[in-house]
Design a protein around this ligand. Structure first.
Ligand SMILES: [Zn+2]
Length: 393
């Protein structure tokens, strides 16, 4: 059984130990400061005799140190990465306090905790946790942080533990380690915790989202909260710079830009419609006669189906006309239309024509549209003209 020095002194950074066992995965020592992954808290990193510790895992009562190299001697010196440990303690202390705050604010119990690389999350057992609840819980939790309450950890028997005001019933057998934030929270936990709540610094809730029957709260504490706020400031400054707006003026400036863009889109659509109608009238007037109808044939560069439809509708509003229109762009578009008095069913012809641009389409006997990825629009239009002319005789 490995002696857990990180429980005796969570602030110690260096230790000496003796190698007890070498397993396939790594080294077992008689005692260690390296916290193994568990209880939502990731493992410590650091070195043993200068060799990097890549992972730390529990195997029964033993703690196994997974190393990136060989440590051939039996008396070793270990050193943990203090920045990482402090970060984990800040997140984990913050989680205990925040979890109890959510119980008090909206009766939501913490079902699970994840201490991620960038963001921490707790899943609450209620679906209806709101942003307002999160604000209140965050305010309460930070009051507890700034009151700098003592945090203590100790082992208790089941009977003793039953008398403590535990947030959740413990799920382990035997003696139970209880972490308490004085007069606020008590919880069974095996993690590393600071001596006082003030060391958490600040707790910042960054999101609440509903997940089926639960709610997931994302948060960061201590130095992570500072880094998060710094990043937000940088993003806001960048956005503000592009919009020529102050920090508080960014949302208003975004709204203005979006309204302007919507206006511009509307004006452009109106102008395009006018242009299409104008082109339709020109095409109809100039369409040469072929047999019993006049044929308006045209390819429009970088125009979509909607534009072609508008042009075609104008063309066939006059009598005796056939419109055979193509559009180029990301895909090829084709519209075939005829005036009411021109008797030809365009649907069977369209099938053949759309195949030329490797696409498909459909419509009614007097008006069909479609398109495809093929580039040979002009060939498709030539075929359409041949087929329609042949039909009309
Ligand atoms: Zn804990």
């Amino acid at each position: 059984m490995t002696e857990r020095l990180f429980w005796q002194d969570p602030y110690a950074r260096e230790f000496t130990a003796r190698v007890v066992r070498r397993t396939a995965r790594g080294l077992v020592l008689d005692r260690t400061l390296f916290y193994p992954t568990g209880g939502g808290q990731p493992h410590d990193t650091g070195t043993i005799n200068g060799v990097r510790v890549a992972d730390v895992v529990e195997e029964g009562d033993d703690i196994v140190h997974v190393l990136e190299g060989e440590v051939p001697v039996s008396d070793v010196k270990g050193s943990i990465d203090w920045d990482r440990r402090l970060d984990h303690m800040q997140q984990h202390d913050g989680q205990h306090i925040l979890s109890e705050a959510f119980v008090r604010v909206c009766g939501a119990e913490t079902a699970s905790f994840h201490l991620g690389r960038e963001i921490c999350t707790i899943d609450l057992d209620k679906a209806d946790v709101t942003a307002r609840h999160a604000e209140e819980a965050e305010a309460l939790a930070n009051r507890v942080v700034w009151e700098n309450r003592p945090i203590t950890a100790g082992f208790f028997s089941r009977e003793e533990a039953a008398k403590r005001p535990l947030r959740k019933p413990p799920q382990v057998e035997g003696r139970i380690r209880i972490v308490e934030v004085r007069d606020f929270d008590a919880c069974a936990c095996c993690g590393t915790h600071a001596k006082s709540s003030g060391e958490t610094g600040v707790i910042l809730v960054v999101g609440v989202e509903r997940r089926k029957a639960d709610s997931r709260v994302s948060f960061v504490c201590g130095r992570r909260a500072l880094a998060y706020a710094r990043e937000d400031i940088a993003l806001l400054r960048e956005a503000g710079g592009r919009l020529s707006a102050s920090r508080t003026g960014v949302p208003g400036a975004v709204e203005r830009v979006m309204a302007e863009a919507a206006e511009a889109r509307k004006a452009l659509a109106a102008a395009e419609k006018q242009l299409a109608e104008h082109r339709g009238r020109e095409l109809a007037a100039a369409a040469p006669a072929r047999g019993r109808a006049r044929f308006a044939v045209e390819v429009f560069e970088n125009r979509d189906l909607k534009y072609l439809q508008t042009v075609a509708n104008i063309v066939v509003a006059s009598s005796g006309l056939v419109a055979i229109l193509g559009g180029t762009g990301e895909a090829s578009s084709v519209v075939l239309a005829r005036s009411k008095d021109v008797e030809v069913d365009l649907r069977p012809i369209a099938k053949e024509v759309f195949a030329v641009v490797e696409g498909r389409g459909g419509g009614q006997p007097h008006f069909v549209q479609g398109g495809g990825p093929g580039r040979n629009v002009r060939e498709a239009l030539r075929l359409a003209e041949e087929r329609i002319a042949a039909h009309l005789g």
